[in-house]
Structure formats: structure tokens, C-alpha cells
Design a protein around this ligand. Structure first.
Ligand code: HEC
Ligand code: HEC
Length: 204
């Protein structure tokens, strides 16, 4: 069959209109995310997701889908946090993903290790686990770069105090979303090992 160029005009116009519409939507989403972030999130997570307090995680460079998943978990109460529960109460799923995309594109940088020998011990554990006690190697899920993926959080450059607290929370079953996996990982870890691996990933 011969396709006359005139017959292609309509689909092309529709395609062009759809592209325009999706970029307009993307801009609207970004503007919305920016407004929410600058309205409240910045107070604890920093204007560029660059929190410097060990209590508040860095969001810069974190994966959009992971951020959206955590926001949903805070909203349903599956992940408990008094600070975050109020923040997410009124967010829609679209806003959560838009916030994720907003922070994902922000630049972040590694922390300087305060205790290099501790970080070196953490590096060993991260890549090899502890075969004497049965701690699995973090690398098998979080990857060599610790940059994570849509389903796995980025750990590289996260604040070590925050990482340490999360490991303890998984241990005590205080962080209950996806707890089966991370609880099994930290079950056999000592305080020293948790501190070491936290020190290592934050300096990556
Ligand atoms: C009053 C301080 C505060 C404000 C404001 C705040 N947060 Fe948080 N946020 C926290 C704390 C504390 C945690 C860590 C909770 C925990 O220990 O599990 C957290 C955790 C998170 C996490 C999980 C990160 C991870 O690595 O798992 C995300 C995502 C997040 N906040 C996004 C936001 C967004 C988006 C906003 C704005 C709508 C916001 N936060 C506003 C205090 C705050
Ligand atoms: C079997 C796969 C697997 C292994 C091995 C693993 N993790 Fe995880 N980890 C996960 C998953 C999945 C999540 C996401 C949980 C969620 O979505 O709430 C996670 C989440 C985390 C978080 C929370 C990050 C944040 O931003 O709040 C930290 C910290 C963490 N892992 C550290 C480690 C360390 C350190 C090791 C090695 C000792 C390790 N993990 C080994 C699968 C794994």
C-alpha cells in the first residue's frame, strides 16, 4: 500500500501535540515539586537536598522512585516518622513522584571520612560481608558504586549518622517497610560493623 504524505500529516501533528503536552506537564510537575520543596522540605533536607545534619537524610541524587516509595510508606504509616508523617499527609502520588524527580537531578558529593581506618573496615564489609558471622556483602544488592537503582536506595554520599540510625532501626524492627530484607542483613551485625559500613558509604 502506498502511503500518501498527506495521510501522515495528521498522526505527525498528534504526535507533536502529545510531545508538547508531556513537556508542559513535566514543567508543571517540576514547578509544583519546587514549590512544595521550598515551602517545607528545605527546612530539614536543605534547599538542594544537601542536608548537613545527621538526623535528616540527603535527598540529592536519590532515585525518584525510591523517594516516592518512601513518601507513600510515610503516608500509610508503614514507615514511621513523626517528622515525616505531617509532611506527606496531603501529598498526591503524582506530587510524590514529582518531588522524587526534583531531588534526583540534584548534585551531591561524598563526605570526607572522619575516621579513615573505620571507613576501611567498612569497605571490607561492604564488598565481602562477614563470612564468620554470616553478614551478606552489601555490594550484592547495592552495587559496586552504591549508586543504587529505582528499587534500591543510593547510599553513596549519604550522611553516615543517618545510615547508622537506619541500620539500627532495621535491626530493632523500628523501620518496618521492606524490613524482611534489611532486617536479615543487619541481624548479625555488630555496632562497630554498622558504624564502619556507614562511614564507608558516606565517603563514597
Ligand atoms: C521537620 C523536618 C522534616 C521536614 C520538613 C521534611 N522531612 Fe523528610 N525526613 C525527616 C526525617 C527526620 C527523616 C528520617 C526519618 C527516619 O528516621 O526514618 C526524613 C526522611 C525523608 C525521606 C526518606 C529518605 C531515605 O533515604 O529513605 C524522604 C524521601 C523525605 N524525608 C522527603 C521529604 C520531603 C519530600 C519533604 C517535604 C514535603 C520532607 N521530607 C520534609 C525530616 C523532615
Ligand atoms: C538482599 C539485598 C540487600 C543487601 C544484601 C543489602 N541491602 Fe540494604 N537495602 C535493600 C533494599 C531492598 C532496601 C530498600 C528498603 C526500602 O525500600 O525501604 C535497602 C535499604 C537500605 C538502607 C536504607 C537507605 C535509606 O536511604 O534510608 C540502608 C542504609 C542499607 N540498605 C544499607 C545496607 C548495608 C550497609 C548493607 C550491607 C551490610 C546492605 N544494605 C545490604 C537490599 C539489600
Amino acid at each position: 500500500m502506498n502511503i500518501h504524505p498527506v495521510n501522515l500529516k495528521k498522526p505527525l501533528l498528534i504526535a507533536a501535540a502529545l510531545c508538547l503536552a508531556s513537556s508542559v506537564w513535566a514543567q508543571a510537575d517540576e514547578a509544583r515539586a519546587k514549590k512544595i520543596a521550598n515551602g517545607s522540605c528545605f527546612l530539614c533536607h536543605g534547599a538542594h537536598g544537601e542536608s548537613t545534619s545527621e538526623i535528616f537524610p540527603r535527598l540529592a541524587g536519590q532515585h525518584a522512585e525510591y523517594i516516592a516509595k518512601q513518601l507513600t510508606a510515610f503516608q500509610t504509616g508503614q514507615r514511621k516518622s513523626t517528622a515525616m508523617a505531617d509532611m506527606v499527609a496531603k501529598l498526591t502520588p503524582d506530587e510524590m513522584l514529582a518531588l522524587g524527580r526534583y531531588y534526583e537531578q540534584m548534585k551531591t558529593s561524598p563526605q570526607e571520612a572522619n575516621d579513615p581506618p573505620l571507613a576501611a573496615m567498612g569497605s571490607y564489609l561492604y564488598h565481602n560481608g562477614n563470612r564468620f558471622s554470616g553478614v551478606p556483602a552489601c555490594v550484592s544488592c547495592h552495587g559496586v558504586t552504591a549508586l543504587g537503582s529505582a528499587t534500591l536506595p543510593r547510599l553513596a554520599g549519604q550522611l553516615s549518622g543517618y545510615i547508622h540510625t537506619q541500620l539500627k532501626n532495621f535491626h530493632k524492627r523500628e523501620r518496618t517497610n521492606d524490613n524482611a530484607v534489611m532486617h536479615a542483613v543487619v541481624e548479625k551485625m555488630t555496632e562497630l560493623e554498622m558504624a564502619a559500613v556507614a562511614e564507608y558509604v558516606s565517603s563514597k
